[in-house]
Design a protein around this ligand. Structure first.
Ligand SMILES: O=P(O)(O)OC[C@H]1O[C@H](OP(=O)(O)OP(=O)(O)O)[C@H](O)[C@@H]1O
Ligand code: HPA
Ligand SMILES: [Mg+2]
Length: 173
């Protein structure tokens, strides 16, 4: 997973545009009265979708997994759903995450609320059966770099992939 061949960097602008596109799709489906954000990656898209759909009941579910040699381990629930959500009709609950990759996280969360709608901005093929609505599919060997995990940095030219930043030293012309 983290050794993925291709990089798909996402800027804040791209992320906001794609989160809004997700909100448009979800608005067309309608009928949602509460949102569950899968922390932490689901927090930012959930904020955008909640604003667009006018939903003010926003909850979290916290999941984590051990990573060994770049492989995802067992997914564990670190912060369960509250009664506020469990007491509602689950078909009205919208679960939001940033992406599905293997689908392991989505499966664990879906099992808590089987009738809820599971939406992500990005999806990889292996996770597709776990997601009801998504915006952009990327290949399984692609790693998505989110704006909250990245910053501006030197990029080697395509024709000189081993090139390194020169720092303060400048080559004389
Ligand atoms: O489909 P999967 O293979 O389960 O991968 C997708 C999950 O992985 C990432 O979360 P991560 O567990 O890295 O934690 P984070 O949201 O706190 O960054 C991402 O935000 C999804 O929740
Ligand atoms: O492609 C990804 N990007 C960021 N986090 C992730 N967690 C699983 N897959 C990914
Ligand atoms: Mg996550």
């Amino acid at each position: 997973m983290q050794g993925a061949d291709k990089a798909f960097p996402v800027s804040w602008d791209m992320f906001h545009r794609d989160a809004r596109a997700l909100a448009w799709r979800l608005a067309a489906i309608g009928g949602f009265s509460a949102i569950v954000a899968v922390t932490r990656g689901g927090l930012a898209p959930a904020a955008v979708v909640a604003r667009e759909l006018g939903i003010r009941v926003v909850e979290t579910v916290g999941v984590g997994s051990y990573h060994e040699e770049n492989e995802r381990g067992e997914v564990q629930v670190l912060k369960p759903l509250t009664e506020t959500i469990l007491a509602r009709p689950s078909a009205e609950v919208l679960i939001i995450d940033d992406l599905v990759d293997t689908g392991a996280t989505a499966k664990v969360v879906r099992d808590m609320l089987p009738k809820a709608h599971f939406a992500t901005i990005y999806a990889k093929p292996q996770g597709l059966p776990m997601v009801d609505t998504f915006i952009t599919e990327v290949s399984q060997d692609t790693w998505i770099f989110f704006p909250w995990d990245t910053g501006l940095s030197f990029q080697a030219p395509i024709g000189r992939p081993d090139a390194r930043p020169e720092g303060r030293r400048r080559r004389s012309l």
